[in-house]
Design a protein around this ligand. Structure first.
Ligand code: ATP
Ligand code: MG
Length: 386
C-alpha cells in the first residue's frame, strides 16, 4: 500500500483528507510538536506528499531537499490551496509542488490526482531501475572490451618475442647452412620448434580463456582413475626433466594418499589445472630441489596439492596472482606470460572448486586445489555443488 505524507495545517481539510485517504493508503502524519515544527526529525519513507499553503510556506525548503535527495526518482507533492491563495504563491513555491487541487476539495478529484501522482512516481522508479541496469551492462561491456583489448596487446607482445626468435634462427640456418656444424644446426632447429610450440600453447590458453568467458566450454564429466591420471602427467614432466643437464633438474614426486580413487571430473580442465601448477612449481624451483604433487580423495571432494622449494612469491604480489598476465617481481628472467594461474582459477571455478596457496619468498610455495566430486546419476551428470 502506498504511503502518503499529509502536511496539512488547516484542521478541517486535514480531518477530511485523513478520512478519505486512509481507506486506500497508509497516511503518515507528523505527530509530535517537534516533528511538526522541524521536519528534519521526520524520517519515515513515503511515496508522495499532500501539503497546504501554510505548511508549504514553513517547510518548502525541507520539501525541496527531500525531492532532491530522491532525484531522478519523482517524489510528488500535491498542493491544496484555495482559489484566492493561488495567486499568492510565489514562483519559487511552485517549483516545489507537482500539482495542485483547489479547496473545497472534491473526493473524486483528489483520488484521481493522488493516483496519477503515485503512478508518475512508480514510472520514474521503473525508469531508474532500467537505467541502473543499463548502466551496469554498459560497464560490464566496457570492462570486457578493455580486457579483450589488453589481452590482444599482450598476445601480440608475447607472440612477437618467439616469432622474432624463429625469424632469426631460420635466417641463420639459411645463411650459414654450410658453415654450421650438425650439432649447432640441430640446436637451432630444437629452439625454433620450442619457440613455435610456445606460441601454440599461448594461443591454446587464450582460446580457452575466451571459451570459458563466453560460457562455451563443453563440460564433460567422466569417472577418472585419479592415480593413473596424475601418474601420466607426472611421467610427462619427468621425461622432459631427463632431457635437461643433470645439475639443473628438479625432482618431481607423486604422493598418492588414495591409490584406488576414482572421481567424476572434467578431464581436460583437470589436466590444465595440474599441468599449470606442476609446471610453475618446476619452473620457479631451484635446481636439485624437489616438487611434490599430492592427491587425497574424500567422499565429497578431491584435494590436489603441489609443493615446491622454489623462489616463492613476495607477499605484496600474492593478492594479484590470479589476474591475467600478472607476474611477481621476483621472476627475473624466468619466461612466462602470467596466464597459467588465471586459467587454473577458471578451470577450478568451473568445477565449483576452490584454490588456495601459501608461499614465502625464498622458501617455496604450496598450491592446493579442492574440487567437489560430481554426482553421477544414470541419465545426467552434473558438477557437485557445495
Ligand atoms: P605462464 O602463463 O606461462 O604460466 P607464468 O608462470 O608467469 O606464465 P602464472 O602461471 O599465471 O604465469 O603465474 C603467475 C605468477 O605467479 C608467476 O609469474 C610467478 O610470479 C608466480 N608463481 C606462480 N607459481 C609459482 C611458484 N610455484 N613459485 C613461485 N612463483 C610462482
Ligand atoms: Mg605458469
Amino acid at each position: 500500500m502506498s504511503q502518503i505524507l499529509l502536511l496539512v495545517e488547516q484542521k478541517e481539510n486535514r480531518r477530511l483528507l485523513l478520512e478519505w485517504l486512509a481507506v486506500n493508503y497508509v497516511v503518515l502524519l507528523p505527530t509530535s510538536t517537534n516533528e511538526i515544527d522541524d521536519l528534519s526529525q521526520f524520517n519515515q519513507p513515503f511515496g508522495m506528499g499532500i501539503i497546504d499553503g501554510l505548511a508549504l510556506k514553513r517547510h518548502w525548503q525541507w520539501v525541496a531537499e527531500k525531492k532532491q535527495a530522491e532525484h531522478p526518482v519523482t517524489l510528488p507533492f500535491l498542493l491544496i490551496t484555495s482559489r484566492s491563495d493561488v495567486g499568492m504563491a510565489t514562483q519559487f513555491l511552485w517549483q516545489t509542488v507537482d500539482d495542485l487541487i483547489l479547496a473545497p476539495i472534491e473526493k473524486i478529484e483528489l483520488q484521481a490526482r493522488v493516483e496519477i501522482l503515485l503512478r508518475s512516481r512508480q514510472l520514474s522508479l521503473t525508469l531508474k531501475l532500467s537505467h541502473d541496469q543499463l548502466d551496469r551492462s554498459l560497464q560490464t561491456a566496457q570492462e570486457l572490451n578493455e580486457s579483450k583489448t589488453s589481452l590482444l596487446y599482450m598476445i601480440s607482445h608475447d607472440v612477437r618475442n618467439p616469432l622474432n626468435f624463429i625469424i632469426g634462427t631460420t635466417q641463420l640456418l639459411s645463411k650459414y647452412k654450410l658453415k654450421l656444424t650438425e650439432d649447432k644446426k640441430q640446436e637451432l632447429i630444437d629452439k625454433t620448434q620450442a619457440a613455435a610450440k610456445g606460441i601454440d600453447l599461448l594461443l591454446d590458453d587464450v582460446l580457452l580463456i575466451n571459451r570459458v568467458e563466453s560460457g562455451k566450454v563443453a563440460f564433460c564429466i567422466i569417472p577418472l582413475d585419479l592415480g593413473s591420471f596424475c601418474n601420466q602427467i607426472v611421467e610427462e614432466f619427468q621425461n622432459s626433466q631427463k632431457l635437461k643437464p643433470e645439475n639443473s633438474q628438479v625432482a618431481l614426486i607423486f604422493v598418492n594418499h588414495s591409490p584406488s580413487a576414482t572421481a567424476c571430473l572434467e578431464a581436460s580442465l583437470l589436466r590444465r589445472i595440474l599441468i599449470n601448477l606442476v609446471s610453475n612449481a618446476i619452473k620457479y624451483s631451484l635446481p636439485n630441489t624437489q616438487v611434490t604433487l599430492e592427491l587425497k580423495v574424500t567422499e565429497t571432494e578431491v584435494v590436489f596439492s603441489v609443493e615446491d622449494a622454489g623462489i616463492g612469491i613476495p607477499a605484496e604480489d600474492q593478492k594479484r596472482l590470479f589476474e591475467f598476465f600478472y607476474r611477481a617481481k621476483n621472476v627475473t628472467r624466468i619466461p612466462g606470460t602470467g596466464l597459467g594461474l588465471s586459467i587454473v582459477k577458471k578451470c577450478v571455478d568451473l568445477h565449483g572448486g576452490d584454490i588456495t596457496f601459501t608461499s614465502t619468498e625464498g622458501v617455496g610455495s604450496k598450491f592446493t586445489v579442492t574440487l567437489p566430486i560430481a554426482e553421477v546419476s544414470s541419465d545426467r551428470v552434473s558438477p557437485a555443488t557445495h
